[in-house]
Design a protein around this ligand. Structure first.
Ligand SMILES: Cc1cc2nc3c(=O)[nH]c(=O)nc-3n(C[C@H](O)[C@H](O)[C@H](O)COP(=O)(O)O)c2cc1C
Length: 191
């Protein structure tokens, strides 16, 4: 079965991006994919620093995250927009995961993966500008990004008391990202 790793670029407990990710994950599961959802709050890392790396090596959490990356063919990523770009947490995690061990080809951990991306923001653009930079980053490291993406604007007004979203149009748009990812992965996997 095709496997997808899903995570948000926010460590915040009540993250809006974690909320939208959950819905896209359901879309992927409904389309037949197996999805592992992780919380980057469980993978705390120091800021990338090559002196620190030379002294102490790649942190255990980065190795754990990288191992998960290697075990999955697809990615579902929901990232907050911070000053018009994807989050520093997301970049730092990817930077650590990109460090290679002996014998490993450059960016081997990312190459050939397919990703569905989304963002949520209380603002009017829904994190759309952050998705532009996230798409560029992912494609530059060898990840194919689905043409469709989803930015959920004014998200605070859509969140219910349980931290979920009831708006049907928003749910359909997010589930579609998960579904398209699962379907694209299945097509690519066909002999
Ligand atoms: C440093 C910082 C910069 C931000 N810049 C933007 C921005 O450029 N555009 C935007 O829509 N929201 C911006 N926000 C607001 C975030 O969209 C908001 O905090 C959102 O809830 C973060 O996502 P999360 O709920 O998943 O943690 C910024 C927030 C922070 C902390």
């Amino acid at each position: 079965m095709l496997k997808i790793l899903a995570f948000a670029g926010s460590a915040r407990k009540n993250s809006f991006n974690k909320a939208i990710l959950k819905i896209a994950v359901q879309g992927a599961i409904d389309a037949g994919a197996k999805v592992t959802v992780i919380d980057l709050a469980d993978f705390p890392l120091p800021l990338m620093d090559e002196d620190l790396e030379a002294k102490s090596g790649v942190p255990a959490n980065a190795q754990k995250f990288k191992q998960l990356m290697m075990e999955h063919e697809g990615l579902l990523i929901a990232s907050p927009e911070h000053n018009s770009a994807y989050s520093a947490l997301l970049k730092n995690t990817i930077d650590w995961a990109s460090r290679r061990e002996e014998g490993e080809k450059p960016l081997e951990v990312f190459k050939g993966k397919v990703a569905g991306i989304m963002a949520a923001s209380p603002g009017a653009l829904g994190g759309l500008r952050g998705l532009v930079s996230l798409r560029m980053l992912l494609e530059n490291i060898g990840v194919m990004v689905l043409p469709n993406q989803k930015a959920v604007s004014k998200v605070a007004a859509l969140i219910n008391e349980q931290g979920g979203i009831d708006d049907e149009q928003t749910i359909a748009g997010l589930k579609r990202i998960g579904k398209e990812l699962a379907e694209t992965m299945a097509k690519l996997n066909r002999q």
